[in-house]
Write a protein that binds this ligand. Structure first.
Ligand code: GLN
Length: 455
């Protein structure tokens, strides 16, 4: 069993990354209590798991990286957190993230940016950048993040760790602060496929408190296979465009060669609506966010900002001062695309396009493909500040990840090499509720793909 001091010390050592929002004093105190209460028979007994700050915990505040929830303490905890505790895991503090999980670099947190563990001039990816950085720095073996459009897989790729986004409905969203409800899922980071997968299996399964959570047993972990014999891996050609970073391409080519050597049949497939995924996502996610974030009004949660002469000015000053620029941009875009005059032009068309993207995946899987393999992100971790002034450039780093969220499919990123010392990620996309197949392939790949070699 880990002792509270050792766990807290490791986390505090990673403090320079600004990845953890929980003050060390609170962390130590809570870890002592948690260790005393932990169930020794649990499958995760003594395993410290850091939790993204948009997932409700009783032990610590839940701020979503926002001023509007500064100091907010949830009166209940997320089902995923309760399941971790029941399995004996220790909740090792709350991790910094883009405000309300909106972003791809963890530069949009009200509590400062998170540093990339290998190069402090770079971003760790986002929005779950704090969780990814802590796992990469070896401060915790696993962490929870959330996924609306790639916020676990993209930072996992940038930081060189494993990140899994489950099928929509596999893990309860009860206690996950809502961003885009038709897309949101809790996801998991791990140092290895096994660490991530066993945490995922613990938090998965039915929950009567979340009607979008499927009535299924928890995920059963596959065994580590000897080969990839029998697997048909599809390579969607739209995910390998000519402008792909050459190092990313080289690392993918090597991983593909290795999959073939392991006995997999590899074939090219086409997902023709992929080019529309980013615009579709950036209509649907803000639309849902504008509705979900209407509840932060200075009355019910978090601090109330001045100017409360009347109700309208209370809302205006609280939301004006409480939300950062990216969140305000999303609320404005979302409100616009849902407004009477523009609904048909934007929101309805985005929904229609989403249906076509879902169909693309169905067609590929119907043709006998078991899994898809793609790069996770088109490039390695970018420099801090590089994309801040250009939201569209920032949004484009989600180009290979948003599709799985739009289609509700399980997907994961695992390290497949490095470029000038920076990690690169390869993505596996699976069929709905067949995480076990995806994890099996990842186990096989992890054993032989040179994750730290230059591509
Ligand atoms: N980067 C995407 C966005 O900004 C995805 C965020 C997420 O998955 N939470 O919306």
């Amino acid at each position: 069993m880990s002792d509270a001091k050792a766990v807290a010390d490791r986390l505090v050592k990673a403090k320079r990354l600004n990845a953890l929002l929980t003050p060390p004093k609170d962390l130590r105190k809570s870890l002592n209590t948690q260790i005393a209460a932990a169930r020794p028979t649990g499958v995760l007994y003594g395993m410290p798991v850091a939790v993204k700050d948009n997932i409700c915990t009783l032990e610590f505040t839940t701020t979503c990286g926002s001023r509007i929830l500064e100091g907010y303490r949830s009166p209940y905890e997320a089902t995923a957190v309760a399941k971790l505790k029941a399995a004996g895991a220790l909740i090792a503090g709350k991790t910094n993230c883009d405000e309300f999980a909106m972003g791809s670099s963890t530069e949009h947190s009200a509590y400062g940016r998170v540093l990339h563990p290998l190069d402090k001039t770079r971003v760790p990816g986002g929005s779950s950048g704090g969780s990814a950085a802590l796992v990469a720095a070896g401060a915790v073996p696993a962490a929870l993040g959330s996924e609306t459009g790639g916020s676990v897989r993209q930072p996992a790729a940038f930081c060189g760790v494993v990140g899994i986004k489950p099928t929509y409905g596999r893990v309860s969203r009860y206690g996950l602060v809502a961003f885009g409800s038709s897309l949101d899922q809790i996801g998991v980071f791990g140092r290895s496929v096994h660490d991530a997968a066993r945490v995922l299996s613990v938090i998965s399964g039915r929950d009567p408190r979340d009607s979008t959570c499927e009535d299924r047993d928890p995920l059963r972990l596959p065994t580590v296979p000897e080969s990839l014999q029998g697997f048909v891996i599809g390579l969607p050609k739209e995910y390998f465009p000519p402008e792909l970073d050459p190092a990313v391409r080289r690392a993918c080519d090597r991983a593909i060669r290795i999959m073939k050597e392991l006995g997999a049949a590899v074939r090219e497939v086409s997902l023709p609506h992929t080019p529309y995924a980013v615009p579709t996502y950036y209509v649907i996610a803000p639309a849902e966010a504008s509705s979900n974030l209407a509840r932060y009004d200075g009355v019910r949660y978090g601090p109330r900002f001045n100017g409360a002469a009347d109700l309208r000015s209370l809302y205006r000053s609280t939301r004006g001062q409480g939300f950062g620029p990216e969140v305000r941009r999303r609320i404005l875009v979302g409100t616009y695309v849902l407004s009477a005059g523009y609904y048909d032009a934007y929101y309805r068309r985005a929904q229609q396009m989403r249906a076509l993207i879902v169909q693309d995946f169905r067609n590929a899987f119907d043709r006998g493909v078991d899994l898809l393999f793609t790069p996770t992100v088109p490039s390695p971790a970018f420099k801090a500040g590089e994309k801040l002034a250009d939201p569209i450039a920032m949004y484009m780093s989600d180009i290979f990840t948003v599709t799985a969220n739009l289609a509700g499919l399980p997907a994961m990123s695992l390290p497949i090499g490095r470029a000038k010392g920076l990690p690169l990620g390869g993505q596996l996309i699976g069929q709905a509720f067949l995480e076990d197949e995806m994890i099996e392939a990842a186990y096989a790949l992890e054993r032989v793909v040179p994750a730290t070699d230059e591509a």
